[in-house]
Ligand binder design. Structure first.
Ligand code: ATP
Ligand code: FE2
Length: 340
């Protein structure tokens, strides 16, 4: 079986093709990089419209597959920026009609979990999903992925990007801050904002920009921000782990590319006798392969939608979508489709 998946929730347009062993047969991506400031949804959507047809052709070529050899077309239904989601969904609908293949909607956050779970071989991990727009600690229970804790304001990646732009740099800031932090020496005390299982970053953003305005070196600030913010994420992940039946953690989202975050979470998990897994970077950031893989799982239990019922859902929550393939795999009963 092979499924083609389209990702277009934010700045990245990507097309992936995977088979039923979660092998990535083709993956072609293009990231919209604004010349200044953050992402403008319409400009990003225009970029996606321009590049998606070429990315579909590239992914098919890499996979050495003809459209008739595909079993379904999956697309990211939400959450994300409306215009960007609609660009990907429109291409997916068109391909589904032209190729006469089922159209499978996929939740973007669930896709980050599923690709990490498939690659790690860990059946029931806690997921720390740290990306631009999202920061969530997620675990599976009774038919759905549940959000155990999350950011109360901006996603961690958006926070890092805003900070870097405040320092005079360009989007995306996370990878640049990571390099800068390597030479930082002095740890500045910054607001450490953990509220039970939730975190927030806006106080740290204000405090760091104030220190920068008073002449603190950029490398020290980058170092202090990474240590403080990643300690917050490690703390809520550890608390989730303490209440979970397993002892495994997987990472997902673009910020999961960060070596310091990986190292801190790994030390915490291994200190508790557990296992930590982070996917290769190309599959941590937004990518079509994770949409294809989750689409394949959903297609396997008969989930598809007619084109007329395939509206995008910019605010779709992780815990509002049913994941019946998981219930089947673990033998747990599939609950009626009720709100958590
Ligand atoms: P989502 O829709 O899931 O919120 P996203 O649109 O933010 O995703 P991703 O590709 O998952 O997209 O993540 C991008 C974010 O990851 C950006 O904020 C970027 O700065 C951050 N990032 C990428 N690499 C690193 C790194 N090495 N260290 C820290 N942050 C990073
Ligand atoms: Fe993402």
């Amino acid at each position: 079986m092979a499924v083609l998946g389209i990702e277009s929730t934010a700045h990245t347009a990507s097309v992936g093709i995977v088979d039923d062993g979660a092998r990535v047969l083709g993956l072609a991506s293009s990231m919209h990089r604004p010349t200044h400031g953050g992402i403008h949804p319409r400009e990003a959507a225009n970029h996606h419209v321009d590049v998606l047809p070429g990315l579909v052709a590239q992914a098919l070529e890499q996979a050495r597959l003809a459209p008739r050899e595909l079993d379904a077309v999956a697309f990211a239904q939400g959450p994300g920026l409306g215009p960007c989601l609609r660009a990907g969904a429109t291409v997916a609908r068109m391909l589904s009609l032209a190729w006469r293949r089922p159209l499978v909607p996929v939740n973007h956050c669930v896709a980050h979990v599923e690709i990490a779970r498939a690659l790690s071989g860990l059946n029931d991990p806690i997921l720390l999903y740290a990306s631009g727009g999202n920061t969530q600690v997620i675990a599976y229970a009774r038919g759905r992925y549940r959000v155990l804790g999350e950011t109360l304001d901006v996603g961690i990646g958006n926070f890092l990007d805003k900070l870097w732009i405040g320092f005079g740099g360009k989007f995306p800031g996370g990878p640049e801050l990571e390099k800068e932090a390597l030479t930082g020496r002095e740890l500045h005390p910054l607001p450490y904002s953990v509220h039970g299982m939730d975190v927030s970053f806006s106080g740290m953003l204000t405090a760091t920009l104030a220190l920068w305005a008073h002449g603190a070196p950029r490398a020290d600030l980058a170092y202090s921000v990474e240590v403080t913010a990643y300690a917050m994420l490690t703390e809520i992940t550890e608390r989730a782990l303490a209440h979970h039946r397993g002892a495994a953690v997987v990472l997902g989202g673009g910020v999961a590319c960060n070596e310091r975050l990986r190292g801190m979470v790994r030390a915490m998990v291994e200190g508790r006798g557990g296992t930590m897994f982070a996917p290769p970077r190309a599959l941590c950031v937004d990518n079509g392969a994770m949409i294809a893989w989750t689409g394949l799982l959903a297609h396997g239990v008969g989930l598809s939608v007619p084109v007329g019922g395939s509206a995008v859902e910019p605010r779709q929550r992780t815990d509002r979508v049913a994941t019946p393939w998981r219930a089947r795999a673990t033998g747990a009963p599939v609950p009626a489709d009720r709100a958590p």
